[in-house]
Ligand binder design. Sequence first.
Ligand code: RIB
Ligand code: CA
Length: 312
Amino acid sequence: MERKRTPVILDGDPGHDDAIMITMANGSSLFDIKLLSSVNGNQTIEKTTLNMLKIANLLSIDAPVAKGAIRPMKSPVIPAGNWHGKSGLDGYRLSKGDKKIADKPSYEMMYDILSKSDEQVIIIATGPLTNLGILLSVHPDIKDKIKLISIMGGGILHGNWNPASEYNILVDPEAAKIVFDSGIKILVAPLDATEKAIIKPSDFPKIKEVNNHVSDVVLAWLKFFYKHPMEIGYEGAPVHDPLAFLAISHPEIFRIEKMKIDVELHGKYTRGALVYDLRYSREEDFNSEVLMDIDRERYVDLLIEYLHFYDR
Ligand code: RIB
Ligand code: CA
């Protein structure tokens, strides 16, 4: 008998690692994907929305695709074309198929899905948190229908876009603060774990051996995505976003710490930083479960396992 699937909303800024996260989450068969929601981030909202359509078509995901926020709640946009290329998903030419973009903004689509669901829904967010910030501001009553929010974002010991801040949080710190202050259970995949989630060129032959169309596309994505990090000293591609999914499906491959986290909004050098307040050690004070390390070999094994879902 097939295992009951948990309803999930996927929100992101594809982006190669967002696309690989969606590929793995869909391949796990753990979820009933209710919505693919785009957000401005790695590329413009037009491009991340088009990429969501292409991913849905590639993976035969029949969930609606909804266009999210065109810009952060307060900050200017910060494109990341150097990592993801002009399209935001360079490396393999994909068709968007004939699915149309939903006629409502994604935060309203989220509200409709959450309202109508007869069980709590998981939200996995792998880009700036703008859509969630808007959803929780406009519809605060909907919190009780959200089982948990799992994000890729932040860095406890360091940033990537500046010394203190990671890109997703830096692009929209106001939205991130709304999420962290919401009282909803939050799983966080910060750079402390995601920068150890490196897919190396030496892993490519194992991905090639999967030998189906989706694995070929993922390999092409990785061969594009690893170029920039290798130029700046990484030993492969830090494939950040799947950790926001794996934190739910395979918590055993991580070291996880409970933390009280706040988001810095005003520092000249620290705006967008996650502030880990070590003074709090009581269960009731914690607002986050944070991935602080990963078993990289198990990560690669799970990527391969989930790519086999797409065997002909
Ligand atoms: O800092 C890494 C994050 O920024 C990832 O989610 C990547 O896709 C970009 O959105
Ligand atoms: Ca992302």
